[in-house]
Design a binder for this molecule. Structure first.
Ligand code: NAD
Ligand code: FES
Length: 293
């Protein structure tokens, strides 16, 4: 069992939870994820790691309540326990294996879209701790949906904020800000984008025009997280890849985003089915309570 040390509401339906998980905290590297279950009957939910502290033995996850399983996790409070917290899973970001002096010569731009901003944070923090200057663009629907802005400002070189409605930062999409920065003469060697699949697709199309190496982190549907079930398969460079063991990060210019988005559509309907089953269970339970009286 894994104790919830702290729970914070970051934005509407988005929570950060700091979990006591010393083994995961010691082994974690930027780019990796965990699979979480609220209780023994809950679905396994893959979540990217938003922060980790080996000294405290804690790992922070950020969760958006999208369906039954995420709602179950978010209903838990500090002091309560998660039944499963498996990880760290997946491959760490490629840069953690590169010589630091090479990284320090390179200029990175990171893009975090909505909830995808949370997994950008440990990567930027790791680079900052290793003396690598990084620019960051954070995009959200409006000012209330912006997350991790203060944390990110502390570890990046320059932080650019965009909102779809212009209520904070520049009005427009993250791709418009990226183009603005590039055309203004900012030279980047590498771009990392994490957020909704549609955002990552359009970031990839934008950076392709400038031959800018781009990495994305794919939040595919996952079941076992061990490379056995095939649920997380995506097509990269014409080949089938399993996100859980071969990803979650891939070369953005080689990902078949349209196929990945079609598969996410299937996931949404599964979540809707699960929500309907849960509602029926609830109704049945209330009925039984009524009959008992
Ligand atoms: P959102 O819809 O508010 O989008 C965030 C930003 O992405 C927008 O402000 C915009 O700047 C940019 N964007 C959106 N559509 C775009 C387009 N067509 N072209 C260019 N830029 C575009 O984000 P949200 O509601 O927080 O997204 C939630 C989604 O993110 C969920 O589907 C969730 O599964 C996914 N997510 C992904 C990861 C990951 O690891 N890739 C992590 C967490 C969440
Ligand atoms: Fe089953 Fe990746 S989640 S193979």
């Amino acid at each position: 069992m894994y104790k919830i040390l702290e729970k914070k509401l970051l934005a509407e339906n988005i929570y950060a939870m700091r979990i006591e998980a010393p083994r995961v905290a010691h082994a974690a590297l930027p780019g990796q994820f965990v699979i979480v279950r609220a209780d023994a009957t809950g679905e396994r939910v893959p979540l990217t790691i938003a922060d980790f502290d080996p000294n405290e033995g804690s790992v922070t996850i950020v969760i958006q309540t999208l369906g039954v399983s995420t709602r179950k996790i978010c209903a838990l409070e500090a002091g309560e326990y998660l039944s499963d917290f498996a990880g760290p899973l997946g491959r760490p970001s490629e840069f953690v294996h590169e010589p630091i002096e090479e990284l320090q010569k390179r200029r990175f731009v990171f893009i975090g879209g909505g909830v995808g901003t949370a997994p950008v944070y440990p990567q930027v923090k790791w680079l900052h701790e290793h003396g690598v200057a990084v620019d960051v663009i954070i995009g959200a629907k409006n000012r209330d949906m912006l997350i991790y802005t203060e944390e990110m400002a502390r570890v990046c070189n320059t932080l650019h904020i965009t909102t779809d409605d212009g209520s904070a930062g520049s009005k427009g999409l993250v791709t418009a800000k990226l183009e603005e920065l590039i055309t203004a003469g900012n030279h980047y060697d590498e771009c990392v984008a994490i957020g909704p699949m549609i955002m990552m697709k359009f970031v990839a199309l934008t950076t392709l025009k400038y031959a800018l190496k781009t990495t994305v982190s794919l939040n595919a549907l996952m079941v076992d997280g061990t490379g056995m079930c095939g649920a997380c398969r995506v097509t990269v460079d014409g080949k089938t890849r399993f996100t859980c063991v071969e990803g979650p990060e891939f070369d953005a210019h080689k990902v078949d985003f349209d196929e990945a988005m079609r598969r996410q559509g299937m996931y949404r309907s599964q979540e809707q089915r699960a929500a309907a089953i849960e509602a029926e269970r609830e109704a049945g339970h209330k009925c039984r309570i009524g009959l008992d009286k």
